[in-house]
Design a binder for this molecule. Structure first.
Ligand code: TYD
Ligand code: MG
Length: 455
């Protein structure tokens, strides 16, 4: 069969060209043309032939609802982010920096699934079979029955899926897979998108669950950018600090579970181990309270976690810096403006650095109050009292807004021995929480005033 001629579509204006050009001939944008398969030039009369097999139209109420079938991997933390386990016919994209532990985690998960009676397949494009075997040995899985295929050509992988009919297949990584039908290099946007689309279709058609491993580019997004996220059912990202032994896996999107759910792992000599009670690892161990530190309770998935927010305010040069690690920098600038305007505390000629301890990334605004308390504590050189926590969103008008599920957060803090809290008024519990003194505030200046008087 003669190969069809591919077309190049502009990602900016949607215009097409029959060959690759640096500049789009329609909208003059540079580097926007992406290769894709030419639409099949079937005769027009056959255009609706496929419709003969169209699925029936049924009334919603008549459809029997069935829950998706999940296969737990046996790894509690991974199951938590997946929403209970791997779903039949589901496609999971797992992204992260090189060397963070993607291959390790998936090999462990596949072996556990295989031992639980599932048929598994590990397609490796980055490493040879021997390298995978070496890793397996290191993980203590030398007798693993997981099937391994070292292959990067899409058509062959699809054929293997059809012949082997596994229950779960891992493609490590999607950036190494290429389709013969495209001339672009493996790893290019066109290849990644086309291959992921084919694999997704195969998953839906045959019921095999597919896990795609994706590399993250320097700017933090998966190469082959957002397109993949729309195609798949679940997107998981590894986050955290490669230098620490802890690894976080966060669900960014999940059709079968809660988003923002976090799984916490520790990288050990024998692979990744789930950390079932992670609260304590995001707190640094100070013997005595130090200035510029405030503990908050974050709850982005279903599990509350205590995280220490650190701030350092130091005299800066003519253009002072605002830097944040694990927190949003624009939000920090906004909070400093609120601090100035509503509480009369100025950091105008000061450098301000804030950091969420342990490499955790906090995107919820409930961190606001803790950030401001840490900043003012550093500015004054005065620590917050021992056993103190705070959370709450701060608005532009200086109001302190409630965080979702305040009770749960407070209970978690109390469980870990925290005894003093400043929380938004609407989060104040009706019944007292044992061992905890709770101050409720409505305004940011009120919170700062209170914190200053605490000891
Ligand atoms: P890997 O899973 O290869 O990362 P990725 O697939 O995301 O690129 O992880 C490799 C790192 O993990 C490497 O630096 C070695 C370390 N590691 C351990 O510390 N313990 C282990 O048991 C294994 C297998 C790897
Ligand atoms: Mg790898």
């Amino acid at each position: 069969m003669a190969k069809e001629k591919n077309i190049y579509t502009c990602s900016a204006c949607g215009g097409t060209s029959s060959r690759w050009l640096g500049k789009c001939p329609h909208c003059d944008a540079w580097n926007t043309l992406i290769e894709s398969l030419a639409p099949s030039e079937a005769p027009a009369k056959n255009r609706f032939a496929g419709l003969a097999k169209t699925a029936d139209v049924v009334i919603l109420a008549d459809i029997e609802a069935s829950d998706v079938e999940r296969n737990p991997t046996g790894n509690e933390e991974l199951d938590r982010v997946l929403g209970g386990g791997i779903v039949q016919g589901g496609v999971v994209l797992i992204g992260g920096d090189p060397g963070i532990g993607k291959s390790t985690l998936l090999l462990q998960a596949l072996d556990a699934l295989q031992r639980a009676g599932q048929k598994t397949l590990y397609v490796t494009g980055e490493e040879s079979g021997a390298q995978v075997a070496l890793r397996a040995r290191r993980l203590g899985l030398e007798h693993s029955q997981v099937r391994v295929q070292a292959e990067i050509q899409l058509e062959k992988i699809l054929a293997t899926l059809q012949v082997q009919q596994p229950d779960v297949a891992v493609i490590d990584s999607i950036q190494t897979v290429y389709s013969e039908q495209l001339t672009s290099a493996p790893g290019s946007v066109a290849q990644v998108r086309e291959c992921a689309a084919h694999l997704t279709r195969a998953a839906k058609a045959s019921g095999v669950a597919i896990v795609l491993v994706g590399h993250v580019t320097k700017d933090g997004s998966l190469a082959g950018p957002r397109v993949l996220e729309h195609m798949v059912d679940t997107v998981l990202y590894f986050e955290g600090d490669t230098h620490s032994s802890f690894r976080l896996v966060r669900a960014i999107k999940n059709r079968f579970g809660a988003v923002n759910e976090i799984g916490v792992f520790a990288m050990t000599e024998k692979g990744l181990r789930g950390v079932s009670n992670p609260s304590a690892i995001f707190l640094s161990q100070h013997a005595e309270p130090v200035p510029g530190s405030c503990v908050m309770v974050t709850l982005e998935g279903t599990r509350p976690m205590l995280v220490e927010i650190q701030a350092l305010v130091d005299s800066g040069g003519p253009s002072p810096r605002r830097l944040s690690v694990g927190l949003d920098r624009d939000r920090l600038a906004m909070l400093l403006a609120v601090l100035h305007r509503h509480a009369g505390v100025s950091c105008m000629d000061q450098d301000v650095f804030v950091n969420a301890v342990g490499g955790v990334r906090i995107s919820e605004p409930a961190a606001d109050l803790a950030v401001l308390l840490a900043v003012t504590s550093s500015l004054r050189g005065k620590p917050l009292p021992k056993g103190f926590v705070a959370f709450g969103e701060v608005g532009l008008a200086g109001e302190v807004r409630p965080a979702p599920r305040g009770q749960e957060r407070l209970k978690e803090a109390a469980k870990l021995g925290f005894s003093l809290a400043i929380v938004p008024k609407a989060n104040a519990p009706r019944k007292p929480i044992e061992g905890m003194t709770i101050h409720a505030v409505e305004r940011v200046e009120q919170a700062l005033e209170l914190a200053r008087g605490l000891d």
